[in-house]
Design a protein. Structure first.
Ligand code: MF3
Ligand code: CO
Ligand code: CO
Length: 295
């Protein structure tokens, strides 16, 4: 047992509480930073969501790095580590491979990955919170290299989980893959959320509405929105050459959410467990290509 003081991760109600952040991690000056670092918000994206083959090739490289980083982090996560330990692993991996961790300094986000435990839906900030046996851990990591971003996330259970947690994680992954398979050129983007929500509903799960998939590539979030619930008003046609994420957040309870005072950490309002998976995909004439599958 290391002699370091870490936050008690929960309060008397058993709900997660904020921990303490480590000092800011540095990125060597040789690594190119996205334009938004040090600014309150990114510049508007004006170039659409379709990319030529050369740019898709670059997004593939960024996506592969993000995928390998995610595999490394989720494979290292053990009870007794802190979420900040995971941030260090992800940060060092990306930097060693010449990439910038896209979340670091994005709209002021202070860390290189997002770590979302149990009732945290998304955008949890790595801190001195200890991982515990049975936790659902989600890690979200985005790599920026050669002018483009690749964005992925995944969930695992630390040690032995409850059957309901195991089922939630497995079915959330399946829901993401159903959404991906629905993303065929010529269809409206709303088919994706319809596929995801109709599957989640079988189990009585909630599907988060206010956080969505998004166009990604030369910008981290291009403005294109990919809902994960049935929302026919999102009628943009899926076209070949498009790149976007599909990243459903699914809960054991309601889809309503709360935010911590840090302005980032999103939790389920009813504090029910939640899981998420994310891939960056590229639309080809034959269907979706998953760019963030580790090869
Ligand atoms: N990677 C997240 C997504 O999937 C965005 C994180 S933004 C941050 O869109 F600022 F919270 F890091
Ligand atoms: Co994303
Ligand atoms: Co992400």
């Amino acid at each position: 047992m290391k002699n370091k003081i870490s936050a008690m991760p929960v309060n008397a109600q058993g709900h997660l509480v904020p921990g303490k952040l480590s000092p800011k991690r540095e990125v060597p000056t040789r690594i190119k930073k996205p334009e938004y670092v040090g600014k309150p918000a990114p510049a508007p994206h004006t170039t659409g969501d379709r990319y030529d083959q050369a740019t898709v090739g670059k997004i593939r490289v960024a996506s592969q790095l993000a995928a390998r980083a995610l595999e490394l982090i989720l494979g290292s996560a053990k009870a007794g580590m802190t979420t900040d330990d995971l941030d260090r692993i992800g940060h060092e991996f990306l930097v060693e491979n010449g990439a910038y961790p896209s979340t670091l300094g994005y709209r002021g986000f202070p860390k290189s990955i997002c770590t979302s435990l149990n009732e945290v839906v998304c955008h949890g900030i790595p801190d001195d919170t200890l991982l515990r046996d049975g936790d659902i851990l989600n890690v979200d990591i985005t790599a920026y290299i050669d002018g483009v971003h690749g964005d992925t996330n995944g969930s695992v259970i630390i040690g032995e989980g409850s059957q309901e947690a195991i089922d939630l994680v497995e079915r959330t992954k399946e829901a993401m893959h159903r959404g991906i398979r629905a993303a065929l050129p010529g269809r409206e983007v709303s088919v994706i959320g319809r596929a995801i929500e109709s599957y989640a509903k079988r189990f009585g799960y909630g599907v988060i509405r206010d956080f969505t998939g998004h166009g990604v590539g030369t910008s981290f979030h291009t403005g294109l929105i990919i809902p994960h619930y049935d929302a026919p008003e999102y009628s943009t046609i899926i076209e070949t050459g498009m790149v976007f994420t599909i990243e459903p957040m699914i809960t054991l309870g309601s889809h309503e959410w709360d935010m911590w005072e840090d302005g980032w950490t999103v939790t389920t309002k009813d504090k029910s467990l939640t899981a998420q998976f994310e891939h960056t995909i590229h639309i080809t004439k034959d269907g979706p290509e998953i760019l963030t599958e580790a090869k």
